[in-house]
Design a protein around this ligand. Sequence first.
Ligand SMILES: [Fe+2]
Ligand SMILES: [Fe+2]
Length: 241
Amino acid sequence: MVDLPDASRRRLVAGLSGIVLVAGSAGAALAAKKEPKAPPPPPEKKVGAIEELMRQHGVLRRVLLVYRQSAAQLRGGGKLDPKLLRQAAQLFRDFGENFHERMLEQAYVFPTLRKAESPAAALDNTLVTQHDRGREITEYIRTVTGKGTTGDAEVMARALESYVVMYANHAAREDTIVFPAWREALADKQLREMGETFEDIRNRQFGKDGFEAAVKTVAAVEEALGYADLAQFTAPTPPRG
Ligand SMILES: [Fe+2]
Ligand SMILES: [Fe+2]
């Protein structure tokens, strides 16, 4: 063994630990290099303009089912928490009447149909009249329930049912006549741009998860009223013919 003076031994030890450190970090770098790269996040799935409009109808239909079931409960002399009915009406006002009808349909869909002289434009006047009538019914529900009551059971039940029947017909025409005609009137690129425009408006209005939030709101009302379990609506076996 070579007998080194103290200073030389210290230099040698320091040098060796340096080599170990360098080798260690080089090894770590190598190991890091070998790690499989995380796959890039999948591109965000875009919701097209037509799907956007139709899934909004889905939320509104769920509110209307709450109305229909609430009307039956009122007619049957059952109790109904006015706060829940008010929440449902507020969702219809914000998501349906202000956003879906005024900011999308009346601002983009109907004007395009008129400009393109589409036969579907013949429905526009009636559709807008129905949007306005819907607002009046919503106002009535909000005013009565704002007083902490559901008011006269028969009058409220009739108001709720009238909205249900009107909007079921209204949305079914839009889904099958108006939206397909609008799609026809637009070029592919314009339709894609409309999808982005609708998304921007929704984000501005309700934040990034506006659709999910609307679904959550209606689901919470359904839950509180005992309508959350879908299975309860499975029809009974029909009588043998
Ligand atoms: Fe509409
Ligand atoms: Fe609509």
